[in-house]
Design a protein around this ligand. Structure first.
Ligand SMILES: [Zn+2]
Length: 109
């Protein structure tokens, strides 16, 4: 089975009719900043993964790479905003930390 990253890199995603329809509907411009793909390559953002592999044009939004990164980061923050932080189970390297330098050491010049 093809995973997400293989799919996004695949010809079937690049030639997906819904992806091409959304690019055309957006006038081949970022829907946030109106860049035409010169400053940042255009990408097609999934508003939902409900139909991954058989997307509808309404599942997709044309964004430049820069706006896509911001949108993805924003959505990730929203998704995890209410999550409790799991206790980090980090083992301390030393029971009694030792100083990084030996204060009694005298360099022999
Ligand atoms: Zn943009």
């Amino acid at each position: 089975m093809m995973n997400y990253h293989d799919y996004i890199a695949s010809r079937s995603w690049r030639q997906n009719p819904a992806r091409l329809a959304e690019l055309e509907a957006a006038g081949f411009r970022c829907r946030i900043c109106n860049d035409d793909g010169q400053a940042n390559a255009l990408e097609v953002h999934h508003r939902t993964y409900a139909n991954l592999g058989r997307e509808l044009p309404s599942d997709l939004t044309t964004l430049c790479r820069s706006c896509h990164r911001v949108a993805t980061d924003h959505l990730r923050r929203l998704r995890y905003a209410g999550h409790a932080i799991a206790h980090a189970d980090i083992q301390q390297p030393f029971e009694c930390p030792v100083p990084l330098v030996d204060p009694t050491f005298k360099e022999n010049i």
